[in-house]
Write a protein of this length. Structure first.
Ligand code: CO8
Length: 257
C-alpha cells in the first residue's frame, strides 16, 4: 500500500487510516481515494476489525478533491471518473466509521468526513464546500448529505457562498458530535471506536444500517426496516449472550454470531 494512506491496526478491534499527502493538504487524488476504498474493503472482510477511524493531519483532514487532477479532466473525463466507484465503496462500508477531523475539511474532504458515522472535530477544524469558488459544485454528497446533517439553510449558505464553518458551529448544527483539543481528536475517536468494537458485531451492523436508512425512507418504511432488523437479531447467539450476561451480572463475550 503506497504511503499516501497510513494503516494501523487492527488493535482492540480498531483500524486507523491516516490520509497522508502533506504536500497537498491531503487533497484526495484518485490514488488516495482508491487506496482508502481498498483498505475499507479489507477492513470489511477482517473479523478482527469492529470499527475504523479515518483522520488526516493537524493542519488538514483533507482540502478537497485534487484540483490539479480535476483540472485535467474534461466532461467525458468527469463522466468516466473512476473516483465515483471509490466513493460508492466508501459509502457501502458496513462497519462504523469515526472521523477525527483537524484543520481543513473542504470540498471532497468535507464530503469524506460526512461518510463517517460519527465525527469528532478539533477546535481548529473548518468544514466547507468551497467548490462554488472554482466555478463548480459539490459532487460527492456535499449538497445531499450536508442538507440532511445541518439542514437546508446552513447547507445552502455553505454551498452557495463557499464559506466554511468552524468546529463550534459544526457542533451546534449537528455535523459533529464532539469538539476537543486538536491533539486529542484521534485518541477520542479511537476510544469511541473501541467502545463500539466491543459490542455485538451483527447488532452494530444493523444499527448502523437502520440509522442510515432514516435519511432514505419515510417514517413508516424506516420503522418497518427497524422492526425487521430487530427481529433478525433474535436469531443471533450474541443476543442470547448479551441477555444471559446481564442476568448473570457478568460482561458479555460477543462472537459475531
Ligand atoms: N488540490 C490540490 N492541491 C491542493 C489542494 C487541493 N484541493 N488544496 C491545497 N493544495 C496544495 C496547494 O496547492 C499548496 O501546494 P504548493 O505548496 O505546491 O503550492 C499546498 O497544498 C498548501 O496549500 P496552500 O499554500 O494553499 O495552504 P494555505 O494554508 O495557504 O491555504 C487552503 C489552505 C485554504 C485549504 C487552500 O489550500 C485552499 O483553498 N485549497 C483548496 C480548497 C478547495 O477549493 N477544495 C475543494 C476542491 S474541489 C472538490 O473537492 C470537489 C469534489 C468533487 C468530488 C467528485 C468525485 C466524483
Amino acid at each position: 500500500m503506497p504511503n499516501n494512506l497510513l494503516v494501523e491496526g487492527p488493535e482492540q478491534g480498531v483500524q486507523v487510516f491516516t490520509l497522508n499527502r502533506p504536500e497537498a493538504l491531503n487533497a484526495l487524488n484518485t490514488e488516495l481515494l482508491e487506496n482508502l476504498a481498498k483498505a475499507l474493503d479489507d477492513a470489511e472482510a477482517d473479523r478482527e476489525v469492529g470499527a475504523v477511524v479515518i483522520t488526516g493531519s493537524q493542519k488538514a483532514f483533507a482540502a478537497g478533491a485534487d484540483i490539479n487532477e480535476m483540472a485535467a479532466r474534461d466532461l467525458v473525463g468527469i463522466l468516466e471518473d473512476p473516483r465515483v466507484a471509490h466513493w460508492e465503496r466508501i459509502a457501502r462500508f458496513t462497519k462504523p466509521i469515526i472521523a477525527a477531523v483537524n484543520g481543513f475539511a473542504l470540498g471532497g474532504g468535507c464530503e469524506l468526513a460526512m461518510h463517517a458515522d460519527i465525527l469528532i472535530a478539533g477546535e481548529n477544524a473548518r468544514f466547507g464546500q468551497p467548490e462554488i469558488n472554482l466555478g463548480i459544485m459539490p459532487g460527492a454528497g456535499g449538497t445531499q448529505r450536508l442538507v440532511r446533517k445541518v439542514g437546508e439553510s446552513l447547507a445552502m449558505h455553505m454551498a452557495l457562498t463557499g464559506e466554511p464553518i468552524n468546529a463550534k458551529r459544526a457542533l451546534q448544527a449537528g455535523l459533529v458530535s464532539e469538539v476537543c483539543q486538536p491533539e486529542l481528536t484521534v485518541e477520542k475517536a479511537i476510544g469511541i471506536a473501541r467502545t463500539i468494537a466491543r459490542k455485538a458485531p451483527i447488532a452494530v451492523r444493523l444499527t448502523k444500517e437502520s440509522v442510515r436508512r432514516a435519511n432514505d425512507m419515510n417514517l413508516a418504511e424506516g420503522l418497518r426496516f427497524e422492526r425487521h432488523a430487530f427481529t433478525v437479531l433474535a436469531g443471533t447467539a450474541d443476543r442470547q449472550e448479551g441477555l444471559d450476561a446481564f442476568r448473570e451480572k457478568r460482561k458479555p463475550q460477543f462472537k459475531g454470531q
